[in-house]
Design a protein around this ligand. Structure first.
Ligand code: BYC
Length: 317
């Protein structure tokens, strides 16, 4: 079969919603697009642990601390599933991690903003995990099997994260005037960066067309952003908070909430490494990697020893 035949057969399978598996033939562009997206996604999960880690020692109660610790641990787990899914495409995990630590690889812009108060733990859960769920539920139906399957568990855990974040804000909003103000300030700072999480507008998205054709992505960036605004506005009303967008208005005809202009200059600036926290995040990731060296070495030594013992007992038998 020629490459053209193989490509045609591949597109037919994708059109029929068959899953593509690691050993199946796939176009090089499909493989590269998946490695790029899955790796960026994995990096986002791992870097996403950092802004929240600041608050483990500052959580207002033991219950809040336990929930926050569990959430951060889940995010490390999501990173693991995703690096594993990327490895099935023939890329080494160490290569991906090296690309993250050197600043070559991208991760979600949202994690380059600072966490300034406890309310930010609520806003991250509500808005950032909320945006992640909307983006990731369709990825459970991604054409690439290992990515789609990893997403099923990730989405279940993200739902818990979203609710715990919303509950933090609900408690603050039902508390004192200062606590409510803290929640509003947090929403003011996280709203626009959350909208940017969905990526550039459809007109400027370089990868969407191919990703949608091959069913890696099921919805465009703007479609998902609109779903997010529509879902989040009524939740803000329940909290009694105001979304910081004077242009936000309900369109009776389309039945959607129209929102104001996103500051794309800020988005590109953050993606290019010039956000408030880009340098801190990379430094902290590199430090965490260096400090964890002895753990990786101990785990490898233990695995090798166990393998050696298994072989020795086989020889005796
Ligand atoms: N930040 O052609 P486009 C989470 C890049 S949630 C940085 O539209 P694509 C978590 C894009 O990579 C966050 N870069 O790209 C939640 C591309 O760059 P290159 C992670 C961005 O891939 C709570 C260029 O801009 N979720 O993990 O079709 C707690 C052009 O964009 C961003 C995922 O990664 C951004 N916001 O669509 C802890 C979900 N947006 O590589 C953790 C999976 C765009 O061409 N990913 N870029 O130079 C996706 O669905 C898609 O990759 C995106 C972008 C929607 C993000």
């Amino acid at each position: 079969m020629t490459t053209i035949d193989l490509e045609e057969q591949f597109m037919k399978r994708v059109a029929a919603d068959e899953k593509v598996e690691p050993k199946d033939w796939m176009p090089e562009k499909y493989r590269k697009t998946l490695i790029r997206q899955i790796a960026q996604h994995a990096h986002s999960e791992v870097v996403g642990m950092l802004p929240e880690a600041n608050y483990i020692s500052r959580a207002p109660s033991l219950r809040r601390k336990a929930a926050l610790l569990a959430k951060i641990q889940d995010e490390g787990g999501h990173g693991l599933y995703l690096y594993c899914a990327a490895e099935t495409l023939g890329v080494e995990r160490d290569t991906l991690i090296e690309e993250l630590h050197s600043g070559k690889a991208k991760y979600s812009s949202i994690f380059n903003y600072p966490t300034l108060s406890w309310a930010d733990m609520g806003a991250i859960g509500w808005l950032v995990d909320g945006a992640a769920i909307l983006n990731q539920v369709p990825l459970c139906k991604c054409s690439y099997g290992p990515y789609a399957r990893a997403m099923v568990r990730v989405c279940k855990e993200e739902s818990f994260h979203q609710r715990q974040g919303y509950e933090i804000l609900l408690t603050l909003c039902n508390g004192s005037a200062d606590q409510k103000q803290m929640a509003q300030d947090s929403l003011n700072r996280w709203w626009w960066p959350s909208l940017m999480m969905f990526g550039p507008s459809d007109a400027d998205s370089t990868n969407s067309e191919y990703s949608m054709k091959t069913k890696i992505k099921r919805f465009s960036n703007d479609e998902l952003r609109q779903k997010f605004v529509d879902a989040t506005k009524p939740q803000a009303d329940i909290l009694g908070l105001t979304i910081p967008d004077p242009d936000l208005k309900f369109n009776e005809q389309t039945r959607h909430w129209e929102y104001g202009e996103i500051d794309w200059e800020e988005f590109h600036n953050v993606v290019q490494g010039n956000g408030v926290c880009n340098k801190i995040r990379l430094r902290e990731r590199n430090e965490a990697w260096d400090n964890g060296k002895w753990v990786r070495e101990a785990a490898t030594a233990y695995a090798e020893k166990r393998e050696q013992r298994k072989n020795e007992s086989k020889q005796v038998a």
